[in-house]
Design a protein around this ligand. Structure first.
Ligand code: ADP
Ligand code: MG
Length: 377
């Protein structure tokens, strides 16, 4: 087992035509035995980060430590890490069985041990019927499972999995995801797992590192990212259904400061805990964010009221989604499945003031998270 530490890691690809800054000054500490997800949109630098950890890519600047040892100059073989790529580099001249066994045979692992581990990964990834085939006779999803099996069979100190489920169909994706989680619980190795799918990240990870435009945005548990996002990007990327944003103006109504949005139809009295900070900022424009799960049908103390007309009602089994139309803007709320509404109904929702997120319009910085963290300390 091993910890992985990235210190001020940067990667710039230089070609004749241009320089691409793929990763900028990344600092990240992955604990021994932790399941860490790197989450972010396509092109944000996730694969590049993984390739630097495994040793397939030179590091432009910074240091990588595996188990406190500086590995910058070490070959991939010496790092005791295994990677399964989103593009499956399988050996085309070997059968599926030979591909999977290859890493253990190369290391001269005793035959009974190879057989034991082989049986386990083959069962896990449902590869029984494919063992004698050549990789060229496999579909994308099947190749991906073989590539995953070849990484898993090594049982290394650190597993690097780069979008390992992206080519699987939905059923197999769900079951393989559960098996990966199970494998982590069992092996207690360190896992670094790349995905652009936030549902995959929240269901697997101990902590999630959110990246965008080559920059690490925030690292935290699912709940930390949901409740204390550092900026609008993180608030938007995490959470299903997505957070509702409203651009609003700070107004004074009979001596009460209010954030007014949606053509005057949505008015949130400025919560007391924000008052000092909002006054200090001396700005008129803000963005507020309200999570669909933070909206309630019953009022309680410390809640703000939001009214509108039902525009969409979706019954989804375990929960239902209601979308209200408020002054030309939409707000989605999650409600209990035993609630039912008709399109056009007038409806009031109530949101606890301390669950509303407040953002700087220009920078996207989350002002309310900063206030919450300050009050906590
Ligand atoms: P992700 O895995 O998050 O989708 P990548 O790490 O693959 O992102 O890519 C990050 C950025 O680096 C992208 O802009 C990509 O086009 C660029 N990039 C990746 N590999 C190379 C390369 N070998 N040469 C030049 N640019 C590259
Ligand atoms: Mg990638």
């Amino acid at each position: 087992m091993a910890s992985v530490t990235l210190k001020n890691i940067s990667k710039t690809y230089i070609s004749k035509k241009e320089k691409v800054k793929a990763v900028r000054d990344l600092n990240l500490e992955i604990k021994d035995g932790e399941f860490m997800c790197l989450l972010g949109p396509s092109g944000c630098g996730k694969t590049t980060t993984m390739r630097m950890i495994v040793g397939l890519e030179d590091i432009t600047a910074g240091e990588i430590f595996i188990d406190q040892k500086l590995v910058n100059a070490m070959t991939p073989q010496d790092r005791n890490v295994a990677m399964s790529f989103e593009t499956y580099a399988l050996y085309t001249h070997l059968s599926v069985k030979e591909n999977i066994e290859f890493p253990l045979k190369a290391k001269k692992v005793p035959k009974p041990e190879i057989e034991k581990r082989f049986k386990r990964v083959v069962e896990m990834l449902e590869l029984e019927g494919l063992l004698d085939r050549s990789p060229s006779q496999l579909s994308g999803g099947q190749q991906q499972r073989v590539s995953l099996a070849r990484a898993l069979i090594r049982e290394p100190a650190v597993f690097l999995l780069d979008e390992p489920l992206s080519h699987l169909d939905v059923t197999l994706r769900t079951s393989t995801r559960a098996q990966i989680k199970h494998l982590h619980d069992e092996l207690k190795s360190t896992f670094i797992y790349v995905t652009h799918d936030q549902l995959e990240a929240v269901s697997l990870a101990d902590r999630i590192a959110v990246m965008n435009f080559a920059l690490l945005q925030q690292v935290g548990t699912r709940l930390e990212l949901l409740d204390f996002p550092v900026n609008k990007f993180v608030a938007d990327f995490i959470g299903e259904p997505a957070i509702n944003f409203f651009d609003c103006t700070l107004e004074d109504e009979d001596g009460v400061k209010k954030l007014v949005a949606a053509d005057g139809q949505l008015k949130i009295p400025v919560p007391q805990m924000w008052d000092k900070e909002v006054t200090k900022l001396d700005k008129k424009e803000f963005t507020i964010g309200i999570r669909p799960h933070d909206l309630y049908l019953k009022a309680e103390a410390g809640m703000a009221k939001i009214s509108g007309q039902v525009d969409v009602f979706e019954f989804l089994g375990e929960e239902s989604h209601v979308t209200l139309l408020i002054g030309g803007e939409w707000l989605t709320a999650v409600v209990n499945p035993n609630e039912e509404f008709d399109v056009g109904d007038s409806l009031d929702f109530f949101v606890p003031e301390d669950s509303i997120h407040l953002f700087d319009v220009e920078t996207g910085h989350c002002i309310s998270t900063e206030i919450k963290l300050k009050n906590k300390n």
